[in-house]
Design a protein around this ligand. Structure first.
Ligand code: HPA
Ligand code: ZN
Length: 342
């Protein structure tokens, strides 16, 4: 591809207002922040320089990543730590023109370190309110559960969240898919639906296509995080197209965690061309070497993503969001004005 056309595409793409729907806040913990918080809180880490941190970020699979991801999150202790974590990511949103973001928050990660739900929420809320006031950032939070834990522990966390119910739009399910099938969380999702939460869940990243079916039919989720293994079941692909169930796909994550060996083997554009409601997201940008725009640019470089396809993906990000219909229409109008500008 010509360098000039690549630059032109990059400038155009970066300028588009976009939504991000699949982002773990702990996955946005940058190496410099990780080191400074570890020092401040007296937490020992196996690295002391930014270079050592970044060179440790090579993974064979999801679990090898999760081990470092939970280690990284162990440096978060007080309210100001959570404020900085959230603010660092929201500043990236501003820089990358991510006008709306739906962020997964995982309180169960911090509880073993003695961090209360209230401490976490005070820090996050302070950063979110500031970003809303200073540049009109739109944010929704997803209460994400760790599927390697027992369902009873998750139900206890859901109870604790009652005091913060208004802060969350939906629940989600993350961590290791292997040995932790959706059915394990049937009661959790039933109770969350009763409390009025909307629902999403990770499925079909490392787990089989049947996990996607189970999330839809047993957990009654509205959208699927990752979901790329749906391609192994043509009847599931047909269903996802017919129902316009959104997939929040994360290309750089999928290659870093070896779901696909190389970016040129990624199936996201095949799924898009089949009519699925796919969206592009960064998952854990500090660990996977790229925020939202870099994910689009990787598709441009390795899969020759066209402007028309990119625009469809960005439109999908608003359509698949948990925003109200009015808010979606407002963002879509803003998008078409920007994209059509000469
Ligand atoms: N999959 C499951 N859990 C996660 C991920 C992921 O890609 N990233 C952070 N938690
Ligand atoms: Zn994820």
């Amino acid at each position: 591809m010509q360098i000039e056309s690549q630059n032109n595409f990059s400038e155009w793409l970066c300028g588009l207002p976009k939504a991000e729907l699949h982002l773990h806040i702990d996955g946005s913990l940058q190496a410099h922040r990780l080191l400074s918080l570890a020092k401040k809180n007296g937490i020992a880490l196996p690295y002391s320089t930014q270079q050592q941190v970044e060179s440790a970020y090579h993974f064979e699979n999801l679990q090898s990543f999760l081990d470092l991801y939970y280690l990284g999150a162990s440096v978060l202790i007080d309210e100001s730590d959570f404020y900085h974590l959230m603010m660092d990511y929201l500043l990236k949103c501003k820089e990358q023109n991510i006008v709306h973001t739906e962020i997964m928050v995982e309180p169960q990660t911090y509880a073993p370190n003695g961090v209360s739900f209230a401490t976490m929420m005070r820090g996050f809320s302070k950063a979110i309110e500031q970003a809303q006031q200073e540049w009109g950032q739109s944010v929704a939070l997803i209460l994400s559960f760790l599927r390697h834990l027992d369902e009873d522990q998750c139900l206890e966390t859901l109870e604790e969240a009652r005091a913060f119910r208004e802060s969350f739009v939906a629940i989600g399910l993350a961590s290791a898919e292997q040995d932790n099938p959706p059915i394990k969380f049937e009661r959790l999702y039933r109770e969350a639906h009763k409390q009025g939460y909307r629902a999403t869940a990770h499925a079909g990243e490392e787990g089989p296509a049947s996990f996607i079916w189970d999330c839809l039919k047993i957990l009654n989720v509205e959208r699927i995080d990752h979901g790329v293994r749906c391609a192994e079941d043509p009847s599931l692909v047909d269903y996802l197209v017919a129902q316009q169930v959104a997939l929040t796909v994360c290309p750089l994550s999928n290659t870093k965690l070896c779901v696909f060996d190389e970016m040129d083997q990624h199936n996201v554009l095949d799924l898009l061309n089949k009519g699925l409601l796919v969206t592009i997201n960064s998952d854990d940008p500090a660990y996977f070497d790229g925020y939202l725009n870099e994910n689009f640019l990787a598709l441009r470089k390795h899969l020759s993503l066209t402007k028309e396809q990119a625009l469809r993906l960005v439109k999908n990000s608003f359509k698949a969001s948990f925003l109200s219909d009015d808010a979606k229409a407002g963002f879509l109008q803003e998008l078409s004005q920007t994209a059509d500008a000469p």
